[in-house]
Design a protein around this ligand. Structure first.
Ligand code: ADE
Length: 245
């Protein structure tokens, strides 16, 4: 998968060298290119923003550098999927991550200030798919951290990035059994720590009973932390014992 990122703070992306992401890059699974938007400015101050038409606080990112950046990185007929993080976008979910993990080429445009002049996305839509996505109902100072979050969520779904393929299907929100469910508590050795014992059932070796217990815990945790998610569970996916939880 090829990833291009355009930002006025390319240094934000140093963590892409670390951990799983770094390994995926070194293994050639992810080919990442970070670009400084200011290279597509032509004035002495490398200006990327200006005051908003219609008035109001803050600044808006100017269209010209963004237009040149997109022309240079994605000259026709090549067409990446352009992802623009913004609090006014559609929600980014595990399903979004899975869908984007199947794309060959993603281009992330990191806005700052009040956002990017809307004509940039409108013009880009004439030659590539464009998605404005939000990480949640809060406002970050810019898209950089949102892009790091998205790349981490997407890259761990790429074949060869995680060692154990099972660990993805057990995740909270994973398609299948865990869709609309939060993962329950997990334990490791020692069996007793500060007088707290690991639940007996996990030491029983009874895989059927352990799977049942994990599902019950996931249902309980979801009811406690995210009750609105339970309404989304497919009634046909519930069994009699689910209803008792
Ligand atoms: N940029 C600023 N806030 C954001 C958010 N909540 N999600 C994605 N990008 C953002």
């Amino acid at each position: 998968m090829r990833l291009d990122i355009v930002s006025i703070f390319p240094d934000y992306f140093a963590p892409l060298e670390l951990s799983l992401l770094g390994k995926a890059r070194r293994a050639g699974i992810m080919d990442v290119h970070v670009h400084d938007l200011r290279q597509w400015t032509h004035d002495r101050h490398n200006t990327v923003d200006d005051t908003p038409y219609g008035g109001g606080p803050g600044m808006v990112m100017k269209p010209e550098p963004w237009g040149e950046a997109l022309d240079t990185i994605a000259p026709a007929p090549a067409a990446p999927r352009l992802i623009v993080p913004t609090p006014s976008g559609r929600p980014f979910t595990q399903a979004t991550a899975a869908r984007l993990a199947a794309e060959p080429w993603l281009l992330f445009a990191c806005g700052r200030y009040e956002g990017i002049d809307s004509r940039v996305m409108a013009e880009a839509r004439t030659r590539m798919p464009v998605e404005e996505v939000s990480l949640g109902d809060f406002v970050l100072a810019g898209g950089e951290v949102a892009v790091l979050v998205m790349i981490e969520a997407i890259s761990r779904l790429l074949p060869g990035v995680l060692g154990n393929t099972e660990s993805v299907s057990d995740d909270s929100f994973a398609p299948g059994a865990m869709e609309s469910l939060l993962e329950g508590p997990v334990y490791t050795k020692p069996p007793v720590w500060r007088d707290r014992a690991v639940p007996d059932i996990l030491l029983s070796g009874n895989h059927g009973a352990i799977a049942r217990w994990r599902r019950d815990e996931a249902l309980r945790r979801t009811a406690r932390h995210r009750p609105e998610l339970l309404a989304r569970l497919d009634p046909d996916a519930l069994d009699k014992r689910d209803r008792a939880v």
